[in-house]
Design a protein around this ligand. Structure first.
Ligand SMILES: NC(=O)c1ccc[n+]([C@@H]2O[C@H](COP(=O)([O-])OP(=O)(O)OC[C@H]3O[C@@H](n4cnc5c(N)ncnc54)[C@H](O)[C@@H]3O)[C@@H](O)[C@H]2O)c1
Length: 279
């Protein structure tokens, strides 16, 4: 008995060109799954697909924009044609937008919601319809530390959307799990990717502040999702549904929040600013 064997299963994974999506796709293929990779970076998705084929698994790619429900409907028709079933959805690709709450353009708020809330839901809906018809399937939505804790630093749109991803996960699990479809969410803390690396380069204090909130003593790496993805895709997690699973090096356990020290720094800046304006 191999509880983690994914042979014969088909996984649809968004964000497959790099980061958490690529690591998820490779981990699933290593455990035997065939994989449909989605990424607007088609060259990157194709490179991951080549790696998967070298493992002896089937892989296909699409540059579907996961903010666009019509494109997502088309994508799943491609999945039907090429794979004939869907056993697992890794709902991973997504973007935020940084702006102070008092300056955020409503159009940017809509864009983030279209991507992280409407897009993630449309992926769940298309995959879920097929899984319900099969009587079996598993969905892994990627949320964030920002799903349950405020980050500050201009993350208002992202946090509002990631909060919604968690409630979507709970609702879908409640509606679908008695029909064989499990829906869970993974909420990562800081995982190194190109945009995080750029922000840490811009602000050399940032990495140290993040680490104050991570008892495990290091930032996350994309590989950290590999075990969780295989667990959630496999029969080993048959009774796990509606769960919000932190992947955060212990951040949530100590209620550390997004950037320890941020609120104090903001108060100090505010006081300094008001002192300056008084003098
Ligand atoms: N890295 C972190 O610290 C962290 C923490 C919590 C949550 N997350 C979330 O996890 C997800 C993946 O993060 P990552 O670090 O792997 O990011 P990443 O930027 O390394 O990779 C994201 C991939 O998704 C693709 N993509 C983005 N928007 C797309 C769209 N609309 N359509 C198709 N493809 C699209 C990009 O081309 C890229 O290849 C994101 O939703 C992110 O918000 C990340």
């Amino acid at each position: 008995m191999n509880l983690f064997d994914l042979t014969g299963k088909v996984a649809v994974v968004s964000g497959g060109a790099q980061g958490l999506g690529q690591a998820t796709a490779l981990a699933l293929a290593h455990s035997g799954a065939d994989v449909m990779l989605i990424d607007r970076n088609l060259d990157g998705a194709n490179a991951t697909a080549d790696d998967i084929r070298r493992l002896g698994r089937k892989a296909s790619t699409s540059n579907c924009n996961v903010s666009d429900p019509d494109a997502i409907a088309e994508l799943f028709l491609q999945v039907d044609r090429e794979f004939g079933r869907v056993d697992f959805l890794g709902n991973i690709a997504g973007d935020g937008h940084l702006a102070k709450p008092e300056e955020l353009e409503i159009a940017d708020l809509h864009r983030v919601f279209q991507n992280l809330v409407v897009g993630r839901f449309a992926m769940c809906q298309q995959a879920g319809r097929r899984m319900l018809a099969q009587g079996r399937g598993s969905i892994m939505n990627i949320g964030s530390l920002a799903s349950s804790t405020a980050l500050g630093r201009g993350h208002i749109a992202y946090s509002m959307a990631m909060g919604a991803v968690i409630q979507m996960t709970r609702e879908l699990s409640t509606e679908w799990s008695h029909r064989g479809v499990r829906v869970n969410a993974v909420t990562p803390a800081q995982v190194v990717n190109p945009s995080l690396a750029a922000r840490m380069e811009q602000d050399p204090t940032l990495e140290g502040r993040f680490l104050k909130g991570i008892p495990a003593g290091r930032l996350g790496q994309p590989r950290d999702i590999m075990g969780l993805a295989v667990l959630l895709a496999s029969d080993a997690s048959e009774w796990i549904t509606g769960a919000i699973i932190p992947m955060d090096g212990g951040n949530l356990a100590m209620n550390a929040g997004g950037t320890p020290g941020h609120a104090q720094a903001t108060v100090q800046e505010f006081r300094a600013e008001s002192d300056r304006s008084k003098s």
